[in-house]
Ligand binder design. Structure first.
Ligand code: SAM
Length: 363
């Protein structure tokens, strides 16, 4: 196969995607050049911030890969007060971040539903309706998603983690709380309610193949997602998957594969928002900048109050856990200009794909 011929096609087959994800040397350079061109043409060299508030590490789930899983007793659980969350949101607003992202472990209860609904109203009030809000708080009932949407959340990030059902089963407990079909149903509900809907996968999981990853990209295209946040899987010592650590791809290969996933997705879905995931920086100090160069356009500076950050360790060596929000901003700005891109302040930076999808479907 010739990479240039593949890249000229209107639509890629699974084999084409496997070929692109396996590219090395000159082919890899051609792939990255193409994805950078697509990014420049459809998005411009622009980056938007989502100030990330990891407001609680309390989680009701037991995912085998995750450091904040319910079964991990080796960490202190925290839950920010409403005042702490609102002052982080105010920091984002005053520093002209267009949006924030509220993320936490996964809990389903009326207390959580009411709390988030009230917080959304307060965030809209303190920012005069100007701060965009992404939620990433897991699987919930459609009625809860609807209430949060009505209260002002307009984007939702729910990673599908892997679209290979067998692999999904291997990395989660086999019970109703960790059901693949429910994950898919939640994504459908989010899209139907009207959220800009984001998903993503981990790259380099034990048992995962290039074929699985190609399937993940095809899922994202066919599901018509608006946003994607995907990153390398990084092992955590206090999780069940640690027993497979010796079978994993080396970290630099997981990193490289993540860049290729971003590049291919940018070519497949030209106008979606793609996050340069923090996990990339855990492997390479300028990992996120590399992702921006080849296709990503969203960064999530961590604005969680510093004293809590050490306890939101999803994986080992999570970066920036000792920084303050101010440190994050100046550091990121310098880094982004290195990637020849520009931070756009005071704008939501909505997914263009979403706008087009809504126009096309009349929804
Ligand atoms: N519980 C919410 C949800 O599922 O949408 C959000 C919080 S969850 C901790 C955020 C993401 O962290 C997960 O979707 C997963 O992809 C990622 N994550 C967890 N453990 C990880 C690991 N060991 N390496 C890389 N990413 C990981």
């Amino acid at each position: 196969m010739d990479i240039k011929e593949i890249l000229e096609k209107e639509s890629f087959s699974k084999e084409d995607i496997v070929f692109l994800l396996s590219s090395v040397g000159r082919d890899r350079t051609i792939l990255f050049k193409k994805s950078a061109e697509v990014r420049e043409k459809y998005i411009g060299n622009k980056v938007w911030f989502r100030g990330l508030i990891e407001f609680s590490n309390v989680c009701g789930k037991d995912c085998f890969y995750c450091g904040i899983r319910k079964g991990n007793k080796n960490l202190t659980r925290y839950n920010l007060s409403d005042d702490e969350i609102l002052s982080a949101a105010r920091f984002a607003y005053e520093n002209r971040y267009g949006s924030i992202a509220l993320q936490s472990g996964e809990l389903e209860s009326s207390v959580v539903a009411n709390r988030i609904e009230n917080l959304l109203h307060s965030i809209k009030e303190l920012s005069d309706g100007k701060l965009g809000v992404t939620l990433s708080v897991g699987e919930q009932e459609p009625e809860v998603y609807r209430r949060w949407f009505d209260a002002g959340a307009h984007r939702y990030l729910l990673r599908v983690e892997s679209t290979n059902r067998d692999l999904y089963r291997k990395i989660h407990p086999d019970n109703k709380k960790h059901d693949f079909q429910r994950r898919l149903d939640c994504l459908t509900n989010l899209q139907e309610i009207g959220y800009q809907t984001g998903t993503g996968v981990m790259i380099g999981l034990p048992f995962q193949t290039i074929d699985d990853l190609a399937g993940d990209l095809i899922f994202m295209r066919d599901f018509n997602i608006d946003m994607c946040g995907m990153g390398p899987y990084i092992e955590h010592a206090d999780t069940p998957l640690i027993r497979y650590a010796s079978s994993l791809l080396p970290l630099n290969e997981r990193f490289d594969l993540t860049l290729k996933m971003i590049a291919v997705l940018r070519i497949l879905m030209k106008d979606i928002n793609i996050v340069a995931a923090t996990a990339l920086q855990a492997i390479d100090p300028i990992g996120r900048e590399k992702a921006i160069k080849i296709g990503a356009n969203i960064l999530m500076p961590n604005i969680t109050p510093g004293k809590y950050r050490n306890n939101y360790k999803l994986y080992d060596n999570k970066p920036c856990t000792d920084d303050s929000p101010e440190d994050c901003q100046s550091c990121l700005e310098a880094r982004i200009s290195l990637a020849d891109a520009e931070v756009i302040y005071g704008e939501w930076g909505d997914s263009k794909h979403y706008e087009k999808r809504r126009r096309d479907t009349g929804a």
